[in-house]
Design a protein around this ligand. Structure first.
Ligand code: F3S
Length: 395
């Protein structure tokens, strides 16, 4: 890989130890993927924040970089293992909380904003069309490439941190035009709406064409919430880092020859696979990816004057929660007995074994509840989730 003089100095340690280590990571990745050069990034989002995933080895790695590392660009974090303010009410142990706070401290020392969310684009880390960025979280990566038209590979936690500390990434994969074009045309012959159905569509497409970028025809409109649900699901079930929806997403792509058709049956099949048998709902969660203020407003409207009978978490970004507080939504939701879990999510929080059957509107949430937390799942729209939440559990 060709490096500029300034980059060469960074490799030699002129920018300090954290920069030298970061350049080692970036140039190694560049060599592996055949990149010709490094390019500048304008935004970073770092995954691998939960102490549940990092452990003590990860914490030591961060502490070492934090000795002299400082970020060069706007950088936010993926969800942590707990709500950083309200973890006790969510049943997180003090031992875990101490370690998780040390992780956040190390990141903060490097100048990273302790905003722990998988929807950075909803809270101000919102790159525009054509910008090169280095993001980690798979749903955010797919959303950024597809809906915003920014350019990012799916970075690992260490490589995203390396980009934050240098302002650079290796130019390969999603940074190059030729890798962003659609490879399969998907004709959708069904009218779909809502986050749960867009999630089911992502599952149906992802399982059929895997990581190949799709050009989807037949969707007339899609909200931000539907697109974030779809981005999460197509990335989870297929691995795609980019998709195109004709008339909705901004990237240009040639029309591919390979073609598949999806019907109502395919959507219903995907939904029924996530609606498991012998699953009495004991946990309800909205906010995978993290809930938007629109979704929280909707929940406040639906929950007003009601009482939930089951554990009900709304996972969201702290800044979104603050808006919900000042708009009065949080009060209504909390009076109904539902709980906010800001900064975290049901997958990275250490809750394995606490619940047997999760109901959610998120196809990605279903995937990880089952695969990581061994919980059965039900998927349904938010309105139905609220209805279920207010029903007593059978004894
Ligand atoms: Fe976000 Fe956690 Fe879902 S990181 S996309 S809420 S699994």
């Amino acid at each position: 890989m060709e490096l500029t003089k300034q980059e060469q100095k960074m490799v030699e340690g002129k920018g300090g130890n954290a920069v030298r280590k970061s350049m080692e990571i970036l140039t190694a990745l560049g060599e592996i993927y055949g990149a010709k050069r490094l390019i500048d990034v304008t935004s970073v989002q770092i995954a691998g924040v939960s102490y549940d995933n990092l452990g003590d080895a990860g914490l030591e790695f961060l502490d070492d970089l934090a000795k002299d590392g400082k970020v060069k660009v706007l950088t936010t974090l993926n969800p942590a293992g707990m709500d950083l303010e309200n973890y006790k009410a969510l049943g997180i142990s003090e031992d875990f909380a101490v370690k998780q706070k040390l992780v956040i401290e190390a990141f903060t020392k490097m100048g990273i904003l302790p905003t722990c969310t998988c929807t950075p684009y909803l809270i101000g880390n919102n790159p525009h069309f054509g910008q090169h960025i280095a993001w980690s979280e798979s749903s955010a990566v797919t959303y950024a490439n597809s809906v915003l038209g920014a350019r990012t590979n799916r970075e690992g936690g260490p490589s995203a941190l390396a980009s934050a500390l240098t302002g650079k990434t290796a130019e390969y994969g999603m940074h190059l035009d030729e890798n962003r074009n659609a490879q399969v045309k998907v004709k959708l012959k069904a009218k779909i709406s809502g986050t749960s159905e867009f999630g089911a569509l992502g599952k149906a497409i992802g399982e059929k064409i895997k990581a190949k970028p799709a050009l989807i025809l037949g969707i007339k409109e899609a909200s931000i919430e539907e697109l974030k649900s779809f981005s999460a699901s197509i990335a989870t079930y297929g691995g795609a880092a980019i998709f195109h929806i004709k008339g909705i997403t901004p990237n240009k792509t040639p029309t591919p020859k390979e073609e598949i058709t999806l019907t109502r049956e395919d959507i219903d099949k995907a939904l029924s696979e996530m609606n498991m048998e012998d699953c009495e709902i004991d946990f309800i969660s909205v906010g995978c990816p993290h809930a938007s203020i629109n979704e929280i407003a909707k929940l406040a409207e639906l929950l007003k004057g009601k009482k939930v009978k089951k554990e009900f978490w709304i996972t969201t970004a702290r800044p979104t929660k603050r808006i919900a507080d000042s708009a009065g939504y949080s009060k209504i939701i909390e009076e109904a007995g539902a709980k906010f879990a800001a900064d975290t999510c049901c997958v990275v929080a250490p809750i394995k074994g606490r619940f047997k059957c999760l109901a959610t509107d998120s196809a990605k949430g279903c995937y990880y509840a089952y695969s990581k937390n061994q919980s059965k799942t039900k998927i349904m729209p938010i309105e139905k989730l609220v209805e279920e939440a207010c029903k007593e559990m059978k004894k």
